[in-house]
Write a protein that binds this ligand. Sequence first.
Ligand code: FHN
Length: 684
Amino acid sequence: MKTLLTLFFTVVCLAQPQQVKNFLEESKPQYEARMKWWSEARFGMFIHWGLYSIPAGEWKGSTNHAEWIRTTARIPLTEYDKFVEQFNPVKFNPTEWVRMAKNAGMKYIVITSKHHDGFCLFDSKYTDFDVMAAPFKRDIMKELADACHKEGIKICWYHSIMDWHHPDYLPRREWEKDRPIAGAEFDRYVHHMKNQLKELLTNYGEIAVLWFDGEWESTWNTKYGTELYNYVRSLQPNIIINNRVGAGRSGMEGFTKAGQFAGDFGTPEQEIPATGLSGVSWETCMTMNDNWGFNKNDQKWKSTEDLIQKLADISSKGGNFLLNVGPTSEGVFPQQAIERLRELGDWMKTNGESIYETKASPFKDLEWGRCTQKAIDGGTRLYLHVFNWPANGKLTVPGILNEPKQAFLLADKEQLHLLVRRQEDALVIDVPAKSPDPINSVVVFDVRGSVDVTTPPIISAKFDIFVDRLDVTVKSERESFSLRYTLDGTTPAASSPLVTGPIRLTSTTIVTARCFREGKPVSGTVSSTFTKVSPSPGASVSGLENGIQYSYYEGDWNVLPDFSKLTPTKQGDIPAFDLSPRNQPEYFGLEYRGFVRVPENGVYGFSTDSDDGSRLYIDDNMVVNNDGLHGMKEVKGAVALGAGSHAIKVQYFQKGGGRELKVWLEGVKGEKQIIPETMLFHQK
Ligand code: FHN
């Protein structure tokens, strides 16, 4: 894709006099060399700090705000600007912050040079809305950069493209009727942003990453993004830039949409992808509690156990973990964050080598934990991250064809060798009765050669429920293996039936499958249960009219609220599921109720594809749970229905950024469509 963009950029450059190097022409080896330190680092600290730490999440009685408070509390600019004269974080000690990050095992720090509110934590000659206008009068970015350079930690800037303060930034917030757009010129804002980026990239030494954000509004696009990417690289050629520089990010799941401009790495937010993506650099950013900016009432702190296991999970998928701290208005980290950083550091001091410079796991799934790996002389070193220590002292590593070399506990300074035996497809390691670490014990396991793992077969069918019969397929990624299966939940053996095609079920069945080679099992097993069900009868309702009823709500949520406890802003009916009732682009919710009429008995697939969260119920049973803050994401479910009308309820909420809702139906014959008006009814 970069080739296409290179062509695009070349044409653009030809059309313009100035000569700016096209960094998109970078070769794969050059890209990998530039990304090397970052890929090996695996673990960084995110810091969200600014004026919003003063209200600390609270405004006129509501306490669920944070760095978005100017928008979520609809604070007029003149009122918000007053925070400048209060910003005096006298306890700020950059060396203390950097050492807490370093001691936690973090290799880089990404701090908000400017968040969406437009306030600059650095001394900028292009604005008075900066830290030098505050009583503090110290260039925070300078002090932090110096401390990072001194302590050997990479310093990186988060910089928001969206700017709720600069008069030339568009669009305005819809509720800001007092800020006319007359005279505003977006290109002049882009020029201003580039001037400030030049300050940030020439006055503070080597900057390792530019972490853009706030790129989702209609005024930003790929052209701006590719130009900005090259501009930043022209100032610091080795800098790394995330995929939010462009306009191609797919919401909170953070990866770049196919064919779109990618920047250098994907940015899943508040979530960890189900699997890694080979050849794709990505970093999950996550809060330690529920907020990025400091919220004094937010006590939903993730446990240290959760954070350590998330770090292992992310590393096992080949990603980086950017863990956030929101400092207070005094310039200190919340005590709960300090404690977690210290405990993370204790674990990293013993186990850091199982994270740093490792590659993704060769296993699809390990029931006891995760795995990371790195090449060693003559073989591969596997780091087995054991969350659930085996009570029987037998740690089973399934589907591995390599010859073992040695195994020992990473925490054991003596590196006492553990006994390893082959048991069919698996290598079984005898481990001590007591785990070395209650959260994540790492077993080092060296094997000869590059790792050769066989993942179990994949069992699939249209749905996991059926009315009369169901065809189940069993496939393996490696053609050379023969697949054997059982239908009674037992483990397939060499004498079990061979998979020769779809397996037809006519009753509830557990299908278990396994790979074999030359009569010997070479993978672990996999099982799936398929349930025979009776279709629920259609409702006996009369007086149905086309369309569905909606209730529209306004509010700020991170998950779907209990709409039954809220008062709707308005109600009515509409032909089909859409967002037309909304009064504003953000901070609203909808609940739709009605009936869906299906033509015949059978299993129907329903799905919602939404940004942000949604749920779908049929006959008051939840069929789809797609809740949460995320970009466009489709979640499917299935239900057996008799011909006729069935109650349908869909719930949806939108916080900020992209917004969309699609409600799909997959019929008995496999036809998938957005539920049409002709299938939707309501009782007047
Ligand atoms: O709107 C911002 C939010 O305040 C925070 O900075 C996160 C962190 O990545 N990014 C945006 C939400 O996606």
